[in-house]
Design a protein around this ligand. Structure first.
Ligand code: NAI
Ligand SMILES: C[N+](C)(C)CC(=O)CC(=O)[O-]
Length: 478
């Protein structure tokens, strides 16, 4: 009898904005999560973060995440920590408070557990000044979507932590030396400081500053960062030319450098007032959902090239399984992202074909026509597709595709994809693919091993009834 392995457990100490995001990241990756937070509102707040996470994180993937773990709340720290593999402290950014909490965590957490701190700026040597054993595991909001975790501290603990973080789809970046505010918050601090000056000096409003970011360099940074972007900006002459041209500007008075505007009531009111005028018509949860839908759309695009966060999702997706049920292979199992929907409030027509195309790609992998095979110069091209739209499906719905081989001999591969949402058949995509030589760009027979696997599917599927709708032409719909 096979014994199901026990689920891993994470203890979340402090369940606010960041602790809630960590809880969602672990839960949606199948971990049990125990939360310790004295705030009586913590359960409600985490519930709301979790609702937003459920509509966003699974929509990044073309495979389902593991079944959700169990979420529990505890008044007693020892119970929350019992059996935890990962302990994440996310209490407010005050060193005295962090010292008290880490003394307790070091005493009570299981000896083998990683103890991470979400601190935005404290160094491990500061956190551990009284003998604690934490590493910095600094996340980015929303933790359930953004992959970066800056790891700072003991080398062995960071190696162990990195493997766990990768298993839940995160991207650990080991910071070589501890410094105040790690790597990313050094930038964010500089940008924020300059922005505060621009508002205080009446140069720009909060809205104009946000436009200056999101209409320009913000778009560039998500896919290439700073240095790769500037390499291109140097033109054919490259990075040295870029530095020669723009380096001297660092000496000019472009920035206020280290001066920080004084946080007077007047400045705080000015910024808060402009921010209300800019975004006050939406609640924080609505803004979070808008942000998440945009992030999911952008991150799904980055998957195409494997750039930046897109590469992290691809690597995590390769570790996920598509559960198989029934006589036909399940070739796609996804949660419909918001960016697949349209002004009619349902999944847009183009994405039914996209789902069919992804199912064809997956079926090719199943018969051995995978990335290595394609790199070897052989592949399939789609020659014809027919989509029947039978029912609606919506954002957040689970969409599963099962694929029947109608014919699979020689150069031809004739597939019938059935798209289901729950027990409803919402579309069929019938596709004819031709095997091609990528050098001559002409059709040719597949390699023997691929043909053998294809024939095995084809003969098994020939025993099954022909699905309703096969061979249907446009206009024949009843
Ligand atoms: N908000 C952000 O954008 C980011 C914050 N961080 C870091 O994450 C940490 C937490 O920040 P936020 O989540 O923003 O703060 P928050 O104020 O939203 O949440 C803090 C939570 O800790 C709880 N708490 C207070 N004392 C506690 C105690 N003794 N034991 C257990 N829980 C306790 C509070 O009730 C609250 O729910 C900070 O170290 C911060 O620097 C890191 C990345 C981004
Ligand atoms: C504002 N902040 C310093 C708490 C921001 C971070 O630490 C990271 C983030 O999510 O931007």
């Amino acid at each position: 009898m096979s014994v199901k392995p026990a689920r891993e457990k994470a203890a979340i100490i402090g369940g606010g904005v960041i602790g809630g995001g960590w809880a969602a990241r672990f839960l949606l990756n199948g971990w049990d999560v125990a939360v310790y937070d004295p705030d009586p509102e913590a359960e409600r707040k985490i519930g709301e973060v979790l609702d937003n996470a459920r509509r966003a994180l699974p929509a990044l993937y073309d495979k389902p995440l593991p079944p959700e773990g169990a979420l529990t709340f505890h008044d007693d720290l020892a119970t929350a920590l019992d059996g935890a593999t990962w302990v994440q402290e996310s209490v407010p950014e005050r060193l005295d408070l962090k010292h008290r909490i880490h003394a307790d965590l070091t005493a009570l957490a299981p000896a083998g557990a990683v103890i991470g701190s979400s601190t935005s700026g404290f160094k491990p040597s500061e956190l551990n000044a009284n003998g604690a054993r934490a590493i910095v595991a600094h996340p980015f909001n929303p933790v359930y979507l953004l992959p970066l975790i800056e790891l700072v501290g003991d080398a062995d603990d960071c190696v162990r932590a990195a493997e766990i973080l990768r298993s839940v789809g995160l991207y650990p970046l080991k910071v070589r030396k501890e410094i105040d505010a790690h790597i990313a918050d050094r930038f964010l601090e500089a940008v924020w400081r300059e922005a505060l000056w621009l508002v205080k000096d009446g140069i720009a409003s909060t809205e104009e500053i946000d436009e200056a970011i999101r209409m320009g360099f913000g778009l560039r940074w998500a896919q290439m960062g700073l240095f790769e972007t500037y390499r291109i900006a140097g033109g054919e002459a490259g990075m040295k030319h870029f530095m020669a041209q723009f380096g001297p500007a660092l000496e000019w008075p472009w920035t206020k450098l280290m001066d920080v505007p004084e946080f007077t009531d007047e400045l705080v009111d000015l910024i808060a007032g402009q921010s209300d005028a800019q975004s006050g018509h939406m609640s924080i949860r609505q803004l979070e959902r808008l942000r998440d839908d945009n992030l999911v759309g952008m991150m799904r695009s980055l998957k195409q090239s494997g750039s930046g966060a897109g590469g992290v999702i691809c690597a995590h997706e390769a570790r996920l399984e598509v559960p198989q049920t029934g006589d036909l292979p399940v070739t796609l199992d996804i949660q419909v992202p918001q960016t697949w929907t349209d002004y009619n409030g349902h999944m847009n027509e183009t994405h039914y074909l996209e789902a069919g195309a992804k199912a064809s790609d997956r079926f090719m992998e199943m018969i051995g026509a995978d990335a290595d095979y394609i790199a070897g110069g052989l592949s399939y091209f789609t020659a014809e597709s027919h989509v029947r739209y039978l029912d609606e499906t919506h954002q957040g719905a689970r969409l599963q595709v099962q694929t029947q081989v109608l014919a699979g001999q020689g150069k031809k591969l004739h597939l019938f994809h059935m798209l289901r949402s729950g027990d409803r058949l919402v579309a069929t995509v019938e596709t004819l693919l031709l095997h091609v030589d990528l050098e001559t760009r002409r059709s040719c027979p597949p390699a023997e091993a691929v043909e053998a696997q294809l024939l095995a599917f084809a003969s098994a599927h020939a025993e099954l009834p022909t699905p309703e709708g096969v061979g249907r032409a446009v206009g024949q719909q009843p």
